[in-house]
Write a protein that binds this ligand. Structure first.
Ligand SMILES: NC(=O)c1ccc[n+]([C@@H]2O[C@H](COP(=O)([O-])OP(=O)(O)OC[C@H]3O[C@@H](n4cnc5c(N)ncnc54)[C@H](O)[C@@H]3O)[C@@H](O)[C@H]2O)c1
Length: 332
């Protein structure tokens, strides 16, 4: 169970705090009584959206700073006095990383190095929580995938996040800057970008269903994934920040029960009451990155921090569909 005392009156910096996961985290932290600084560069094509933080935008404990994590001077200033730093800013477009590797290298690797260096110089007492990806493993060698599994990432995006993780491990062990290294599965829910299908597959399906369109299910729809609702993901991030046993650890954040894409799609259409689906062949870019069946072993995070996903697929999709139906104008 999350103890609010871990956050009440504490200071938290969220890089990428205008984006999907970052903004949901910001809302939760304000609710818990924390002082929240949001850093976001609002780069086009990503999830940064002012509407995401509408409920807390004018709150006295919220500071917004439009800065880039590659701006070392801004970082040096912003890390000061923070108890927790949630590092969610990143190049997240998997498709882009196949044609241009430099944004991954620049934002995900260099940006993370700058953040850690700023902490080393100005706030070595901060705890830094990083959102990495299940893609760091590459194709599963056995299922479910635990943290001891080998890492053979298939794309530059995934390599960049694995490198960022390793950088943070060095800062943890050599410079004593405590970090928690999370590997997130596919997250879906409110406040994600809904403009394009380049990342965030479940949310893209949600858009097609709401628009009463045709959801394209690649291949035979039998590939297994663990789709996690964003509210559960935020709870995992907060619990890890508040639990010393998690510091220095690599932890999967996923859900026990895998679902195939067809099951996902049919559940969504039922929940939305609109949309249809059709099989479609994989595009070459999708095929290149598709690791096949993947679902996370979450035994370690359950054991160390007591986190457990609470939202089933139909319930999570219901909240997601309701949110975008209500606020479509801000996302479409
Ligand atoms: N959503 C998922 O399913 C998922 C899964 C695995 C890992 N992750 C990781 O979680 C993190 C957050 O992802 P998200 O889904 O919320 O994405 P998002 O696109 O919604 O949010 C990312 C935010 O980072 C900001 N940003 C990007 N580059 C920046 C820079 N150089 N300086 C400052 N801000 C910058 C963007 O403007 C955006 O607001 C990413 O690191 C991503 O790799 C997400």
């Amino acid at each position: 169970m999350l103890n609010p005392a871990a956050f009440t009156g504490k200071h938290a910096l969220i890089t990428g705090g205008m984006g999907f996961i970052g903004s949901n985290l910001a809302l939760a932290l304000v609710e818990l009584g924390a002082h929240v600084t949001i850093l976001d560069a609002m780069l086009p094509g990503y999830g940064g959206n002012l509407f995401n933080i509408a409920p807390i935008r004018d709150h006295a404990r919220v500071t917004i700073n439009f800065a880039d994590i590659r701006d070392f001077h801004a970082l040096n200033y912003l890390v000061k006095g923070q108890d927790y730093i949630f590092h969610l800013a990143g190049q997240v477009d998997h498709i882009l990383s196949q044609t241009d590797p430099f944004p991954d290298i620049d934002i995900n690797i260099k940006g993370t190095a700058m953040l850690m260096e700023a902490c080393k110089q100005h706030n070595p007492a901060a705890v830094v929580i990083k959102a990495g990806t299940r893609g760091q493993y590459g194709p599963a060698t056995r299922l479910p995938v635990d943290e001891e599994a080998p890492t053979h990432p298939r794309g530059i995006y995934e390599i960049s996040l694995l490198t960022a993780e390793k950088l943070m491990q060095v800062y943890h062990s050599i410079h004593g800057i405590r970090s928690v290294l999370l590997r997130l599965t596919n997250i879906y829910g409110e406040r994600a970008q809904m403009q394009h299908p380049r990342y965030g597959v479940v949310n893209w399906f949600v858009r097609q269903a709401i628009d009463d369109g045709t959801i394209q299910v690649f291949g035979d729809g039998q590939i297994l994934r663990d789709f996690l609702y964003v509210g559960d993901c935020v709870e995992a991030i907060l619990l890890c920040a508040a639990t010393e046993a998690a510091y220095g650890e690599v932890l999967n954040v996923g859900i026990d029960r895998p679902t195939n894409f067809l099951e996902l799609t049919e559940t969504l259409i039922q929940v939305a009451g609109s949309g249809r689906w059709a099989f479609a062949p994989f595009s070459p870019e999708r095929k290149a990155q598709e690791p096949g069946d993947f679902y996370s072993d979450i035994g370690k995070i359950r054991r160390l921090v007591g986190w457990q996903p609470r939202t089933g697929l139909a319930a999570g999709l219901r909240r997601t569909v309701d949110f975008y139906r209500q606020h479509k104008a801000h996302y479409w």
